[in-house]
Design a protein. Structure first.
Length: 361
């Protein structure tokens, strides 16, 4: 951490409309990159490595999409090699102050992520603190049938304290929760220990995946509470939740429903950016970021704290609009493209009164 944080404006009444020059915009986006790995590198035993030609096609495609998103804060998932992520950003011809994927480093002999891919971040904002969070709080550890204690995120969270050029601090968490894919038992060499075609076995394997994702959601909820309780720093949690906005696991993280019964719960609640975007935003009747067996789902989400919600007495910004870039999902299966749509939100933050004294970020 560097300088002490400047005071954050906390109005006691719902924020009134402000002149345009009293607001600054912040664009955030989340992108599942679909197994972004260096050419020739084995990431899963049952997957062929990318050839040099495939890899070039993949980072070229990603570079074009990242350029279109043009996000100030870009949260990504499924990074096996940090160098590949940096290569895709380079192809976008956009300039970021910080680019990385902790746990997937390739410098100093690093072999990239092992076992599971990592999440990453590219940001134009000043990075003041960065934490990769792998372990659960002790109270969130659960026993998974046939496996034992589930004690940590399969893909660690990435929590970043950022500061805008106007001096406003913003906390961002990038997440990629356990998928719904059944968790079958395997030995140390990856050989099956149960009949994967048995319906009863598949049901138990799906239960394992649900328990694991639920534990991860509860652990993430603890992180959210610690960051929001009695503070005024706005929080954005974004990534691949591997479940829908109204699912039990997503609502476990956000706790939005609790606000209806207790307005004080707003202090530690999160709100789906899609639901709280401005009334003038151009909405589509249906939004989805992933298609599984012809069924569209909104797995990739952006959640915001009450500081971005109209009507909150602690409002210092808002969500102007949310967009889902998913046309490529209908272009056929090709691992050079992502199998997830990309989600982008345009946020506004009120410029602090002392912005003139703040250093550029």
């Amino acid at each position: 951490m560097t300088d002490a944080l400047p005071p954050t404006i906390r109005p006691t009444e719902p924020a009134a409309a402000q002149p345009a020059n009293n607001w600054a915009t912040l664009t955030v986006a989340t992108c599942n990159l679909l197994n972004l790995a260096n050419p020739g590198r084995v990431y899963y035993p049952n997957q062929e490595p990318y050839s040099t030609r495939e890899f070039e096609r993949k980072i070229h495609w990603l570079g074009e999409r990242l350029q279109t998103l043009n996000a100030d804060v870009l949260a990504v998932q499924e990074v096996w090699d940090e160098a590949a992520f940096k290569g895709a950003v380079s192809r976008s011809r956009l300039h970021y102050q910080w680019i990385g994927a902790p746990g997937a480093e390739n410098h100093d002999g690093g072999q990239g992520a092992q076992g599971t891919p990592r999440v990453g971040l590219a940001t134009r904002l000043k990075v003041e603190q960065l934490d990769s969070i792998a372990d659960f709080p002790a109270t969130c550890v659960v026993d998974v049938p046939g496996i034992g204690p589930h004690t940590r995120f399969e893909r660690p969270l990435l929590s970043a304290r950022l500061r805008t050029k106007h001096g406003q601090p913003v906390q961002v968490i990038t997440t990629h929760l356990k998928s719904k894919r059944p968790k079958f038992l395997q030995d140390a060499l990856g050989n099956a220990l149960e009949d994967n075609d048995d319906p009863a076995v598949r049901a138990l394997a799906s239960l394992r995946a649900l328990i694991m994702r639920g534990a991860e959601a509860a652990a993430l909820r603890h992180v959210v509470i610690d960051l929001l309780h009695r503070t005024s720093v706005p929080l954005v949690v974004l990534g691949d939740f591997n479940d829908s906005p109204h699912s039990v696991t997503t609502q476990l993280i956000a706790a939005t429903a609790e606000v209806a019964y207790d307005r004080a719960a707003r202090d530690v609640a999160l709100f789906n950016a899609w639901d709280v975007q401005g009334a003038s935003a151009l909405r589509r009747d249906v939004a989805y970021s992933h298609i599984y067996q012809d069924y569209p789902e909104m797995l990739d989400q952006i959640l915001v704290s009450e500081e971005f919600v109209n009507g909150s007495r602690f409002q210092i910004g808002d969500v102007r609009r949310v967009e889902v870039f998913n046309d490529h999902l209908h272009e056929g299966r090709d691992r050079s493209r992502s199998d997830h749509g990309f989600v982008r939100a345009l946020l506004r933050l009120r410029v602090p009164e002392n912005a003139g004294a703040a250093s550029a970020g």
